[in-house]
Ligand binder design. Structure first.
Ligand code: SAM
Length: 381
């Protein structure tokens, strides 16, 4: 057996050589960052609803996530930890006892757990192997008004467009492997969740989203109402992208008519989507997470705060970003200092912010042409 410490808990699980779905009981130390961030997000949600909350950790593994939620989040009424594996549940029981917390342990196929407990949870955390897609419909059925849906996806190669067909199969959307494919991927995931929940007259408010290491994660507040759901679906649409001159344009609406060729260079446009085109970060929510971080003991706090500050800045920026190297390659020039590009954009009155997706990324409302003119000017000098 192995024992590890994370946050305020100690967790035991059978030793294994390599983190994989073949481990007898799943534990991934790399996901501590995800769990630390989740604690802040769930606490911010609890503060927002201002009542005791009931949490469902749908894919429990060693139980670490649910046990940490019970131990480290204030005003938690109960936590249900579900896993299809009897051995995982045995360790959840051992670990709950070891940490002196009471949790409810369930051993159901995830969809059955959600279908059998409609409206029971304030928070549903879906942290499976690979894609959350097969579970989102049951979550849509289960979730009540003002609840929180947390989604992790580790099938990033499909969401980012390395493999197109699996993304179409799982998310009914076409990805595109551009410089901003990680952001596109999260937007596809969120768009898929919004469309799936819409069947149940439920719509989403996106609270916070990030792409880190090998996964994507998003926190969605769920609301109810058919009219508001119809309205919120207007936030879904497509991005048309020109890989030749880097032109890109958003088309909101599912029946958008999108031109076939780039209006600037006549290259054939690539169309990705449907995806969520409104902001995927909420400033107030992220501020609350940052404030809460001061009162929590988290090993990854500095890293989490860095991410939160970046996401907060991204909240009001456009849905895609440019990669300075890609811009310079298109212009056939060497790259200027990134800070100079930011300064120049701001000087000219454009939005210019960094992004957590890429150290070379520039989020700006300048068009490809405007940005390229600025970059050229800086290099000439
Ligand atoms: N959330 C955990 C954490 O933070 O450490 C990790 C969960 S691990 C990625 C996925 C878990 O889901 C495994 O323990 C596996 O046994 C369980 N599982 C896989 N398919 C399932 C299903 N259809 N229903 C319920 N549990 C399932």
């Amino acid at each position: 057996l192995k024992i590890i410490k994370e946050g305020k808990v100690e967790i035991k699980f059978p030793n294994f050589d390599k983190v994989s779905s073949d481990a007898p009981v799943f534990y991934n130390p790399k996901m501590e960052f995800n769990r630390d961030t989740s604690i802040l997000a769930l606490q911010a949600y609890q503060k927002e609803v201002d009542r005791e909350i009931s949490i469902c950790d749908l894919f429990g593994g060693s139980g670490i996530r649910g046990i940490r939620y019970k131990k480290e989040i204030n005003a938690v009424e109960d936590v249900s930890i579900n896993d299809i594996s009897p051995l995982a549940n045995e360790f959840t029981r051992i670990n709950a006892e070891l940490n002196d917390v009471e949790v409810k342990i369930e051993q159901k196929e995830a969809n059955n757990e959600l279908r059998a407990n409609m409206g029971r949870f304030d928070v549903i955390d879906i942290d499976p192997f690979g894609t959350p897609s097969p579970f989102v419909d049951s979550a849509g059925y289960n979730l009540k008004r003002d609840s929180l849906l947390c989604l992790t996806a580790t099938d990033t190669s499909c969401l980012c467009g390395t493999y197109k067909e699996p993304c179409i199969r799982k998310y009914n959307a076409k990805p595109y492997k551009s410089e901003y494919c990680h952001e596109n991927g999260i937007r596809i995931l969120i768009g898929f969740a919004a469309l799936t929940l819409a069947k149940y007259q439920k719509y989403i408010e996106v609270k916070m989203s990030h792409s880190s290491e090998h996964y994507m994660r998003t926190y969605l507040k769920v609301k109810k109402g058919s009219k508001a759901t119809d309205k919120s679906l207007k936030n879904i649409g497509y991005i048309a992208h020109c890989k030749h001159c880097l032109y890109r344009k958003e088309y909101k609406g599912l029946a958008s008519s999108i031109p076939e060729y780039c209006p600037e260079c006549r290259e054939k446009l690539i169309i990705a989507g449907p995806m969520w085109l409104e902001s995927i970060q909420n400033r107030e929510f992220i501020d609350s997470m940052i404030e809460i971080a001061a009162e929590k003991e988290l090993n990854q706090k500095d890293k989490v705060l860095k991410l939160l500050n970046s996401c907060k800045i991204e909240a009001n920026a456009p849905s895609t970003f440019y990669d300075i190297h890609k811009v310079c390659r298109a212009l056939k020039i060497s790259a200027p200092k990134l800070d100079k590009v930011f300064d120049k954009l701001e000087e000219k009155g454009f939005i210019a912010v960094k992004t957590h997706y890429s150290p070379l990324g520039i989020k700006t409302n300048a068009t490809n042409k405007e940005l390229m003119d600025i970059v050229e000017e800086l290099v000439e000098k």
